[in-house]
Design a protein around this ligand. Sequence first.
Ligand code: NAP
Ligand code: F7E
Length: 344
Amino acid sequence: MTRRALITGITGQDGSYLAEHLLSQGYQVWGLIRGQANPRKSRVARMMSELSFVDGDLMDQASLVSAVETVQPDEVYNLGAISFVPMSWQQAELVTEINAMGVLRTLEAIRIVSGHNGSRHAGSSGQIRFYQASSSEMFGKAAETPQNENTTFHPRSPYGVAKAYGHFITRNYRESFGMYAVSGILFNHESPRRGAEFVTRKISLGAARIKLGVQEKLHLGNLDAVRDWGFAGDYVRAMHLMLQREEPGDYVVGTGAMHSVRDAVRIAFDHVGLDWQDHVVIDPELVRPAEVEILCADSSRTRAELGWEPTMDFPELMRTMAESDLEHVAREQQYADLLLAGVW
Ligand code: NAP
Ligand code: F7E
């Protein structure tokens, strides 16, 4: 039987990579789409013609029940969230509604459609399996380095606090109702599809724009922050592997290598043949009210139990993103030239 997956956050970075991965594994895949004319839907639809869509919003319980009812999924991946940490200080309530309460609503939708523990129908042994996109931001002011599945949480932003709620409610529904519900505690993962507001993409895009003469300076905040950055395409494989285990459990996913924002800048600017010190401006406005200084994953359990390994290291990732952005910016310039010439 063809397995069916429902993905919230389909229009985001991870949603697109996960959908591609599941389609390649023979799944039928539905993406949850919010809004009456979501402009990002057509972009993801163009990438994958086999993808189906269902309407819904993590703010709206009935829409999630209806989505689960329609899709009758074997697996639900909850990737939908406001994922940009600084926004969580500006709109803490909204972020909490989506990133925390949205998890509860999705778990409840599964229970409402499928019964107490997510079994699809009486007598069926198959359960709907649920994946929650937890985050290394829950470790925040980390109690130890590297961080593993047992490291205490000390979130430093409303985003991290909301993710901690999502994490614990997922575990709670597993322990209370016997649901097959797991959290992947994923460290930062990037790609050419990363939103331009996140630091790696801001840097790769900035380096490409400066190289091609469409931008002069790149404004950044704290260059000393250290992260464990990996490639998003590798991390979605871990999400899928987590739902294939016989016993549900939570896993940390990261590369185990630490780099600073300054390293990211240096690699991207070197790649495009520029000296970053001539172009980067430190902007105090971009420094966060409470910073997460250092994060690094101890993924030994994930590697041992899931057989998961990352395929791309950080320097290669930054160079790949910078190269992709050189092409992206050059294409943008071509369109602009055609528009100016009155061809369009
Ligand atoms: P992303 O690119 O920002 O995508 C977020 C997705 O959430 C978008 O598809 C967005 O859809 C959707 N969304 C926002 N509000 C929603 C709502 N009210 N109802 C339904 N969908 C909604 O994020 P990502 O990088 O792919 O990350 C995926 C998940 O992993 C997120 O939960 C994030 O917090 C978590 N995470 C990410 C990382 C990372 O480094 N990337 C690390 C750890 C955890 P619209 O198009 O409608 O806005
Ligand atoms: O910041 C520093 C900033 O916004 C990384 C999300 O996917 O990963 C991501 O959260 C670091 C921070 O990602 C700028 O202060 C310096 O220390 O790329 P970021 P994030 O906040 O780590 C986690 C795991 C998630 O779960 C989140 O959803 O870079 N930094 N200067 C800057 N950051 C940004 N964005 N812009 C700057 O100009």
